[in-house]
Design a protein around this ligand. Sequence first.
Ligand SMILES: N[C@@H](CCC(=O)N[C@@H](CS)C(=O)NCC(=O)O)C(=O)O
Length: 222
Amino acid sequence: MTVKFYFNDMSPPSRSVMMVIRELGVPCEVKDVDMMTRQQKTPEFLRINPRGRVPALVDGDLQISESQAIACYLCNKFAKGAKTSLYPTGPGPREMVDMWLYRSVWINDLVEAYLNTHRILFDNETMNYDALHELKEGLHIFDKWLRNSLYLTGNNVTIADYFNAVAILHLDQSGRKVYNEFPRLKEWISRMRSISLFDEINQPGSDKLTKIIQDTLAKRTE
Ligand SMILES: N[C@@H](CCC(=O)N[C@@H](CS)C(=O)NCC(=O)O)C(=O)O
């Protein structure tokens, strides 16, 4: 049966889940949710995700939101053979992936605190430079951690790498690639970007959002 995936390409968590869908070859109907016209707040969408946010997934009677939970569900249901290493079984390996999935929420919050996307777009604000110090402390933790392995939980890529890399690359929106200041982090980011579907899925939405943000900020200083 085909799952329905509610998605917007400007949304980093939507793109992370899309990578998992594509990696696993999940039979999927993609429903584009237009965030600029606030389609995510329509009664129809709120019945799927009462938080009014993308992404969301419907599989038969099951409705799941929160991107990490969607990705875990898809791996549990659709990963076969070599693809099971994207979300390995426990105890041990799986919980390490879970730990880094939770950390992707943390790093995403640090990135967003700095980028201030929503307030730039809707409240006439600018980036929050005061949040840069704490963000760099977070990126430093990634950099130190990556001294031991190619990926976050060992030498195999997992869904935790996808989520964290997409969250960190969201920084491109600022026009400044802060992650390049951290050598191991920089290497890991390029390792992730060399995975064939990564840029194909991440780049168009990221570029679109970067342009909207940079145009909005430029208008303020005209
Ligand atoms: N923790 C959620 C975050 C979802 C989220 O914040 N989505 C944003 C786009 S990146 C959204 O839908 N924003 C629309 C809004 O807040 O109205 C997840 O990972 O799925």
